[in-house]
Design a protein around this ligand. Structure first.
Ligand code: ZN
Ligand code: ZN
Length: 545
C-alpha cells in the first residue's frame, strides 16, 4: 500500500521533507519531495555566530533534528559519522533505496538540506528552478557541505556532475511557442517521470515568489496524491496557478498535501514591522507597484529597495517603478546573473516584451561593491560569472576576451566612467537618479552611500514570520535611524490567501487533506472537518486505495 512520511515541515513554515513510498516492498519506488532547511529548528538551536559545525558533517544536524535519522546521506559524510560517532550512525534507520528527489522551487526552506543527501539520488526540478539553483550556488561565498545543491561540493563524483549534470535533471515541459498576446510560461504539466510498475510523477507549474515553482501529482497504484508546494494566485503569473488547479481538479485526486503559510492566529498581525515608519500589505503585485510608485515619487534623495534576490516578480515591479519615476534601477551583479540564467531557462518566454525584465535597458545598471582590497580593483572580481556580467552590462561580449583580456577590460570598467557600471561614489553624487536594490545583508553600504535628506528605504520582502526571514528588524531600524532614512514596508505575500487555500480544497475535492508548511493546520480541520488529518513530525500515513 502506498504511503508517505512527513519527515519534517508538518507544522512549521518550511523545512519540508516528504518521503513517498509506492509500496512496502524493497523494490517499490521511494521518492523524496523537497528536502529543505527548517528555519524554526535552526533558530531554536543556532544563530548568526552559533552555527552547525561544517567540519562535523552530519553530527550537529542529526542531533538537533535538522536532519531526520535515516540512512540516506552522502557517502563522505556517512563515513565520517561512522568513524567519529558510531553510536549516532547506528541510530540511522535504513529507508531502503531512494529513487529520486523532486524539488518544488528554489527557496532554502525546500532545498537547503539537499546537499546532505546521498550523491546517487537524482534530483528533479523545472528548468527555471534548476537555473536559479545553479546561479545561487555559483554566486554564493560559502562553500561548506550545507551549500551545495547542484554540484554537491565535496562529493566524490563531483567531476561527473559538473560535466553530465546528472544530479539535477531538468523536467521536460512542452512549451507553447511564444505568442505576444499571452503568457506562455510554462504551459501545462511536465512530461511525467515514470517509475515502472510503481508510480509516475508530473510537475504542474504554479506561481510563487520565485520563478520556476511547481506542484506535483503522484499517480500510484489505485490513487493520486497532489503536493501543492508553495503557491499563490495573486502574483503576476497567478493564472498559471489557477490553470494548474483546474487541470488537477479534472483528475480527481484522492489525497492532497497543501501548504498553509497564510493561515494565522488572531494576534499575528498585531506587533509587526516595528522597523518601518509606514507599512502596507497587499494581495497583488500591481498594488505593490502602485504604492511603491507613490512613495518613490515623494522621495527626493536616494531610494533603496530591499526584496528577496530570487523574487524576480518584485524585481520587475521595481524596474517599472524606476522607469516611471525617471530613476535608474541599480542591481548587484549576482541579481543580474540570476535573471540571465532564469531567462535562458525559459522564464518569461512568451511574455510581451514590455513585461519582461530587460537587462539590456540602459535604465538598468550594475552596482559594484568595494572588493577585498577595499577599493575597486580588477583582482577583487575573481569569478568568471561576475566578470562576464560586468562586461555584458558595458556592451561587450564576454566570449570575445580570453581570461587576461577579461580581467583587463573589467579593470577599465571599474573607474566610474561606464554609465552602466556604477559605484557608491556615482550613486552618492546623483542620489535622486537611482533606485538601488540592496538587501539587509548589504546594509553596510550605507556607510559609503551617505543618503541625503529625503532618502527612502523600501522593505519589500517576506513577512517577519515567514520562511526566508532571518534578519533582525531592530538592527535594521538602528541603521535607518543612524542614516536618517525614511522607511516603508510594502509587500504582497508569496503565498495564497486563506480563502484561496480553502478554494483549492473545494476545487480538488480530495478524500483526504493533509496540511503542511503552516503553523495553523487546525484551520483546515475547522473548515473541512473529518477529511483533514493533522500530521505530526515524522508521521507515516497509509494512502488507502
Ligand atoms: Zn516554503
Ligand atoms: Zn517558497
Amino acid at each position: 500500500m502506498a504511503r508517505f512520511t512527513m519527515l519534517d515541515g508538518a507544522t512549521t513554515i518550511g523545512g519540508t521533507k516528504l518521503l513517498f513510498e509506492a509500496g512496502a516492498s524493497p523494490e517499490s519506488a521511494r521518492l523524496l519531495f523537497d528536502f529543505g532547511l527548517n528555519y524554526a529548528t535552526m533558530g531554536t538551536y543556532f544563530e548568526e555566530f552559533l552555527t552547525p559545525r561544517t567540519s562535523a558533517g552530519l553530527t550537529d544536524y542529526l542531533t538537533t533534528g535538522l536532519l531526520p535519522k535515516l540512512g540516506f546521506y552522502r557517502s563522505d559524510l556517512t563515513t565520517l559519522l561512522q568513524k567519529m560517532q558510531p553510536e549516532l550512525a547506528a541510530q540511522l534507520t535504513d529507508p531502503g533505496h531512494v529513487d529520486a528527489c523532486f524539488i518544488t522551487h528554489a527557496h532554502v526552506d525546500h532545498t537547503g538540506s539537499i546537499s546532505f543527501l546521498d550523491e546517487t539520488i537524482p534530483l528533479y526540478a523545472t528548468p527555471v528552478t534548476a537555473a536559479v539553483l545553479r546561479a545561487i550556488q555559483e554566486t554564493q561565498f560559502s562553500t561548506g557541505p550545507e551549500n551545495g545543491v547542484t554540484k554537491f561540493i565535496l562529493r566524490p563524483n563531483l567531476g561527473a556532475n559538473q560535466k553530465g549534470r546528472r544530479d539535477l535533471v531538468d523536467l521536460d515541459f512542452p512549451m507553447k511557442p511564444p505568442d505576444s498576446q499571452t503568457t506562455a510560461f510554462p504551459v501545462g504539466p511536465s512530461v511525467p517521470v515514470e517509475f515502472p510498475g510503481c508510480c509516475q510523477v508530473t510537475a504542474y507549474p504554479v506561481d510563487h515568489s520565485v520563478p520556476g515553482a511547481c506542484a506535483y501529482l503522484i499517480e500510484y497504484d489505485g490513487g493520486k496524491l497532489v503536493y501543492t508546494g508553495d503557491l499563490r494566485f495573486h502574483g503576476r503569473m497567478g493564472r498559471v496557478t489557477a490553470d494548474t488547479i483546474a487541470r488537477l481538479a479534472a483528475l480527481h485526486p484522492d489525497a492532497l498535501l497543501i501548504e498553509g503559510t497564510n493561515l494565522r492566529g488572531d494576534d499575528a498581525f498585531a506587533a509587526r514591522e516595528p522597523a518601518f515608519h509606514r507599512s502596507s500589505q497587499f494581495w497583488s503585485e500591481q498594488e505593490v507597484e502602485g504604492e511603491a510608485l507613490k512613495e518613490v515619487h515623494r522621495a527626493h534623495g536616494l531610494v533603496i529597495a530591499d526584496f528577496g534576490m530570487k523574487d524576480l516578480d518584485r524585481l520587475m515591479t521595481f524596474q517599472s517603478v524606476a522607469k516611471k519615476t525617471g530613476r535608474k534601477l541599480a542591481i548587484l551583479p549576482r541579481d543580474a546573473y540570476i535573471v540571465r540564467l532564469a531567462q535562458e531557462a525559459g522564464y518569461q518566454d512568451g511574455c510581451p516584451e514590455e513585461s519582461k525584465i530587460n537587462l539590456q535597458d540602459p535604465g538598468v545598471v550594475l552596482y559594484i561593491k568595494r572588493g577585498g582590497s577595499g577599493t575597486y580593483d580588477t583582482e577583487d572580481i575573481e569569478k568568471d560569472w561576475a566578470r562576464s556580467t560586468i562586461l555584458r552590462f558595458a556592451g561587450w561580449a564576454p566570449d570575445s576576451f580570453d581570461v587576461a583580456g577579461k580581467r583587463e577590460k573589467v579593470g577599465q570598467l571599474l573607474d566610474g566612467s561606464c554609465p552602466r557600471v556604477v559605484r557608491a561614489a556615482e550613486v552618492t553624487a546623483h542620489q535622486s537618479d537611482y533606485l538601488l536594490s540592496l538587501g539587509y545583508w548589504d546594509i553596510q553600504e550605507l556607510c559609503d552611500l551617505h543618503p541625503s535628506e529625503g532618502s527612502l528605504y523600501i522593505h519589500s520582502s517576506a513577512e517577519a514570520f515567514s520562511e526566508e526571514m532571518s534578519w533582525d528588524q531592530k538592527r535594521l531600524a538602528e541603521w535607518l535611524s543612524l542614516t536618517g532614512m525614511d522607511s516603508v514596508h510594502i509587500h504582497a505575500s508569496g503565498h495564497a490567501r486563506p480563502e484561496d487555500l480553502f478554494r483549492i480544497v473545494e476545487q480538488l475535492a480530495p478524500r483526504r487533506v493533509y496540511p503542511i508548511h503552516t503553523e495553523h493546520p487546525e484551520q483546515y480541520a475547522e473548515k473541512f472537518k473529518d477529511i483533514v488529518s493533522l500530521l505530526r513530525y515524522g508521521q507515516t500515513v497509509l494512502l488507502d486505495q
